[in-house]
Design a protein around this ligand. Structure first.
Ligand code: IMP
Length: 434
C-alpha cells in the first residue's frame, strides 16, 4: 500500500478536483503542500458542488483528516471565509478534522496590495497575470526570513515587533513606487481579531504524518497549479512562486521523500493556460475557441478565460521526468470529440535547430515553434465512457500515442465530471512504483 501525490502536469486546471475527490474517498489523510488560495478545485459530491481554494479536498468528507502543510501560504481571512462557506453547505470543519501547520507562513493584507502594485509596475511584456491574491509576495517574505507564521499569533507582543520590521521594509518599497503606505496597527488589529478563530486549527503535521505512517494510513498529497508553473521547472518568470512538483509534497508537508508514494500527474487531453507567458501550441483560431467553449475553460478562482491549444507531448514528457510522474490521469478527452483531425506537438524548432525539450531561456520559450503530428479525429462521443470498449478506435489511438510520446502510462481516464465516468487502469494507492 502506498501514499499518492496528485499534481498537475501542465499549467494547472487539468481537472484535479474530480480525481482528487475520488482518491480522497480512499485516503485517510489529505494534505495540501504548496500554493495558497490561488488554486481552485471544484468537487461535485452527490449533486452538491463545493468550490475549494485552500482547504484540502478531504475536508468535505467529515471522517478524513485534512492538513494544510507548511509549504502552503495561508490567508487567514480567506481561509475562515472558505470554512464558513463549506460549513453552510452542511460540512463539519473542526480542529479534529483540519490541522494547519504551525509553521505555515501567512498571507497578510499587505501581500495582495504588493502583488497588484508589482504587477501594475511591470511593463506589458513582463506581466505575469497573477491571481492577485498575494501569493508571490508572501513567499518572498518567507524566503527573505521576515514572514509571519501561524505560530507567531501565539505571542502578540513578539508579533507586533515582527510586524513593525516587516512593514518598515514594505512601506519603504511602497513609497518608492509612489503608492500609499500601509499602517502596522491596522494589520495587527486584524490579526488579533482572527487569531481566536484560526489558532485552534494550528498543529504539528509532521508528527501526525509520522503517526499515520506507522499505522499504515493512506495519505493523499494534493498539489495545486501544475509543473509548468513550478518556480524552478516551469516557464519562469511566468510561473507561480512555489514548487509544484511532487518533491515539494515531502518538504511542504514534513515527510521524507519516500513517503510521497505514487505520483499521479493530472493531464488534460489538450492544453490550457491562464495568465500570461509562453504557450507554444496555443490556438488563436476557431478550433481554440471551440475547445474553450466546450471545455468550459474559465478559471475557478478568477473567472478568467483560459487560453487553449493542442496537446503538447514534449512539455508533458518533461513534466513526467522532472516531477517523477508514475502515471497520468487523462481528463477531458470528450472536448476533442467531433474534430476531423487532431494535432499533437512532438518536438520544437528554433532558429533551424530541433529540440526534444523545452529550453529554459524565456526568449527561446517565447520564440520556439511546435512541430506537429496530425492524427485522425473521431465523430462519436466519448463523454461518459466507462470502459475502453465504449471508446471509438481513433480515440484509443490518440490515448496510446500520448502514452508513447510522454513515456508513461495512462493510469486512469476521466470522461466527464461525474465520478463514475472513469476508466480505471490501475488504482494508484495499490500500484507498484518502479
Ligand atoms: P500567482 O500564483 O497568483 O502568483 O500567479 C502566477 C501565475 O500562476 C499566473 O499565471 C496565474 O494565472 C497562474 N496560476 C496560479 N494559480 C493557478 C491555478 O490554480 N491554476 C492555473 N493557473 C494558476
Amino acid at each position: 500500500m502506498l501514499n499518492v501525490a496528485v499534481i498537475g502536469s501542465q499549467w494547472g486546471d487539468e481537472g484535479k478536483g474530480k480525481i482528487v475527490d475520488w482518491l480522497s474517498s480512499r485516503a485517510d489523510v489529505v494534505v495540501r503542500f504548496q500554493g495558497g488560495h490561488n488554486a481552485g478545485h471544484t468537487l461535485v459530491i452527490d449533486g452538491v458542488t463545493y468550490k475549494l481554494h485552500l482547504l484540502p479536498s478531504g475536508v468535505v468528507r467529515g471522517e478524513k483528516l485534512s492538513i494544510i502543510g507548511n509549504g502552503v501560504v495561508v490567508d487567514p481571512w480567506a481561509l475562515m471565509k472558505e470554512i464558513e462557506t463549506v460549513r453552510a453547505q452542511g460540512v463539519s470543519i473542526t480542529p479534529d478534522n483540519l490541522i494547519i501547520a504551525e509553521n505555515a507562513n501567512l498571507i497578510l493584507p499587505i501581500h495582495p496590495i504588493l502583488d497588484k502594485a508589482l504587477e501594475a509596475a511591470r511593463d506589458p511584456s513582463g506581466k505575469i497575470g497573477t491571481t492577485g491574491r498575494g501569493i508571490g509576495p508572501a513567499y518572498e517574505d518567507k524566503v527573505a526570513r521576515r514572514g509571519i507564521r501561524l505560530c507567531d499569533l501565539e505571542e502578540p507582543e513578539f508579533l507586533k515587533e515582527k510586524l513593525d520590521k516587516l512593514m518598515f521594509h514594505h512601506n519603504a518599497f511602497l513609497r518608492g513606487l509612489g503608492a500609499d503606505e500601509v499602517g502596522v496597527d491596522d494589520i495587527y488589529t486584524k490579526l488579533m481579531e482572527i487569531r481566536e478563530q484560526i489558532l485552534p486549527f494550528s498543529g504539528v503535521p509532521w508528527k501526525v504524518l509520522e503517526e499515520a505512517r506507522l499505522s499504515n494510513k493512506k495519505v493523499l498529497f494534493e498539489g495545486a497549479q501544475g509543473v509548468m508553473l513550478d518556480v524552478d521547472h516551469g516557464t519562469y518568470p511566468f510561473v507561480t512562486s512555489s514548487n509544484t512538483i511532487a518533491a515539494q509534497a515531502a518538504s511542504g508537508a514534513g515527510v521524507g521523500p519516500k513517503s510521497v508514494g505514487y505520483v499521479l500527474g493530472i493531464t488534460k487531453a489538450y492544453t490550457t493556460r491562464v495568465g500570461t507567458g509562453p504557450f507554444p501550441t496555443e490556438l488563436h483560431d476557431e478550433i481554440g475557441e471551440q475547445i474553450g467553449q466546450k471545455g468550459h475553460e474559465f478559471g475557478t478562482t478568477t473567472g478568467r478565460k483560459r487560453r487553449c491549444g493542442w496537446f503538447d507531448a514534449v512539455l508533458v514528457r518533461q513534466a513526467v521526468k522532472v516531477a517523477g510522474i508514475d502515471g497520468i490521469a487523462l481528463t477531458k478527452l470528450d472536448v476533442l470529440d467531433g474534430l476531423d483531425e487532431i494535432k499533437i506537438c512532438v518536438g520544437y524548432e528554433l532558429n533551424g535547430e530541433k529540440y526534444d525539450y523545452y529550453p529554459a531561456h524565456q526568449k527561446h520559450q517565447a520564440e520556439i515553434k511546435p512541430v506537429y503530428e496530425t492524427i485522425e479525429g473521431w465523430s462519436e462521443t466519448t463523454y461518459g465512457a466507462r470502459s475502453w470498449g465504449d471508446l471509438p478506435a481513433a480515440a484509443i489511438k490518440y490515448v496510446r500515442r500520448i502514452e508513447e510520446l510522454i513515456e508513461t502510462q495512462v493510469t486512469l481516464l476521466s470522461t466527464s465530471p461525474e465520478r463514475d465516468d472513469t476508466i480505471l487502469v490501475k488504482d494508484p494507492f495499490f500500484s507498484q512504483v518502479v
